[in-house]
Design a protein around this ligand. Sequence first.
Ligand code: NDP
Length: 453
Amino acid sequence: MNEYVSAVLDSVISKNPAEPEFHQAVREVVESLDPVFKSHPEYVEARILDRIVEPERVIMFRIPWVDDHGTVQVNRGFRIEMNSAIGPYKGGVRFHPSVNLSILKFLAFEQVFKNSLTTMPLGGGKGGSDFEPKGKSDGEVMRFCQSFMSELYRHIGANTDVPAGDIGVGGREIGYLFGQYKRLANEFTGVLTGKGTNWGGSLVRPEATGYGAVYFAKEMMNTRDKSLDGQICLVSGSGNVAQYAVDKLIQFGARVVTMSDSSGYIYDEAGIDREKLDYVMDLKNARRGRISEYAENYSSAEYTAVDDSAGFNAIWKHKADCAFPCATQNEINATDARNLLDGGVFVVSEGANMPTTGEGVQLFLDAEILYGPGKAANAGGVAVSGLEMAQNSMRYSWTHEEVDKRLQVIMSQVHEACIAAAERFGTPGNYVNGANIAGFLKIADSMLDQGIV
Ligand code: NDP
């Protein structure tokens, strides 16, 4: 690693102690950028990297609310406004008990490069709370969302910062958040994406991240004259991204054999077909149940509970051709990566953000499999959010076919950009370097144009 890059990384680690996920995300990007700084001294002179790792603004606030028993609860809220060089801050909101500054800074940092790759004018941000929506009534979720927005509304806006969903934030939460924003700001604008289609949402936004991760896998497989038809696929998660990844994989003729939640996973050797996927969608989106119920309903499936003491995740031990991690960060460690490779997996397309640890990523790269990192493979979600913003600005809605077609074009352009940048900087076929470099160049050049701000 060159001296400048390693000094910036050291400074990130010493200035932000106790933020391991943020360090991990920065390390992965700066390692890829090494050759860029060698041939672009102007970036070093303008200290682009020192600036890009420092959020433009971090907002942290108290969220008091009252539960169904009349007890006062207090959560912590955040919004990281990371970089606005190419457009308004854009990125999801996560509600999960694990949420902290480190996780949101890693997500916001990744988002900057991902949004740049989408070809759309979107800056990067991320937000959330340590609130746990699981097990809460609709009334509790609504009161929490209203309290969250009562502070957030003064920092966001259709031309300033446009949040969306992420883990624990789906259509229901976006509805409550939008309602409260509209009441406080007294304006009906596209301040959030992932809205209901009756009130400004885009068709295909719910499907976009999962569909996009599958389109990205298809693009990678085209480079080796392979297709998804008949391939055995492991999918983790059973939320928004996982559901629509499975949906598209079924459409492409693949056989999906796993899905999971934070308690465990199901393995269904017969494959998850359309009817079984409809069952999962009802289970997760309407009844808000656990994936273990799938195995009670379908005798072809076995359920395995999470075993934290094992040191690996059993879902990745099954023989398969492709893997789509769609749950959460660091769900594939080095042992899992080895298990996937030993089990025959030659395609990994990340629906989740940073689901593979640094060591796991290196194993995939060394094995020269088709490995699509999240910031490229899951860019379809924010891309369609960008399309939702465009439709809101026009006060117009495109058809399902129109949006899906645009999504496919964007995923193909993201893929092309990764391939071209990886090749130009001497590592052909390395999508990690390709995504990081292509995303970075556009941001860096925009920052140079705009002076020291
Ligand atoms: P959802 O909340 O809809 O689903 C998350 C899924 O992952 C659930 O099955 C959940 O299980 C599981 N999960 C969450 N946390 C953990 C954990 N700590 N350990 C094991 N399993 C866990 O979220 P999304 O589908 O929206 O998000 C999934 C991933 O995709 C995240 O990494 C997110 O950042 C990324 N992403 C999402 C986008 C979007 O448009 N929604 C866009 C780009 C990336 P349980 O129900 O038990 O919690």
